[in-house]
Design a protein around this ligand. Structure first.
Ligand SMILES: [Zn+2]
Length: 206
């Protein structure tokens, strides 16, 4: 079970250390892609983003960043930001604090960024305490559900069409989400571009 929109109460409870959106009245949406980079899909996503002059933040898994340095370069060359998503996509709830921090540090050898997003959004208080000295910890307030095999393309599009100014929106740069991302992303970008929105990377946080 997961929630498309993060309940206000949950985000307020943890809002001191975690970033859920970028408050603004400007028509800006902060797109993000988790779990890449991977061959083919990352390039296809980059092409779609370029078609709409959209910028995004890619929260990369360290192991993938190590294996595909040329894709990391492409992401940066296209003007997008990168963020750390741990080396092995660990759940903070299932991983002892020291191992978790070690894994994030290992990823930082391949991902030069002060942005971190916990895989599955699962992180505990001690882990936050350690990481926030070095990182801005980025959550989201709109989850596309692109990874969900039960979800139709239409439902996935419906989820992201709820975006408002300043929202942080999550898609995935992984095989499981491939079909939905490639179908939904262009429709989503077209819809909000027509409404005068700009898609931005998380540069305000640097
Ligand atoms: Zn992830």
């Amino acid at each position: 079970m997961y929630l498309v929109k993060t309940p206000v109460l949950i985000s307020k409870l943890m809002s001191k250390s975690l970033i859920w959106n970028i408050p603004t009245s400007e028509k800006k949406i902060y797109l993000s892609f988790d779990d890449g980079p991977i061959p083919y899909l990352t390039m296809e996503i980059l092409k779609i983003l370029a078609d709409y002059q959209a910028k995004a933040t890619f929260f990369c898994v360290g192991e993938n960043a190590k294996n595909y340095p040329e894709l990391m370069d492409r992401i940066k060359d296209d003007g997008h930001l990168i963020g750390n998503h741990s080396y092995n996509h660990l759940s903070g709830w299932k991983t002892p604090v020291s191992n978790y921090i070690e894994n994030v540090t290992k990823a930082s050898n391949y991902i030069d960024s002060n942005l971190f997003r916990p895989p599955y959004g699962q992180i505990n208080y001690q882990q936050i305490k350690h990481l926030k000295a070095k990182y801005k910890i980025i959550m989201w307030n709109i989850l596309s559900g692109d990874f969900d095999k039960q979800l139709s393309n239409e439902q996935c599009l419906f989820n992201v069409l709820q975006s408002k100014p300043g929202d942080i929106v999550v898609f995935h740069d992984n095989e499981k989400s491939r079909e939905k991302v490639l179908n939904v992303l262009p429709q989503y970008l077209a819809h909000f571009t027509d409404l005068g929105y700009e898609f931005c990377s998380l540069t305000p946080l640097l």
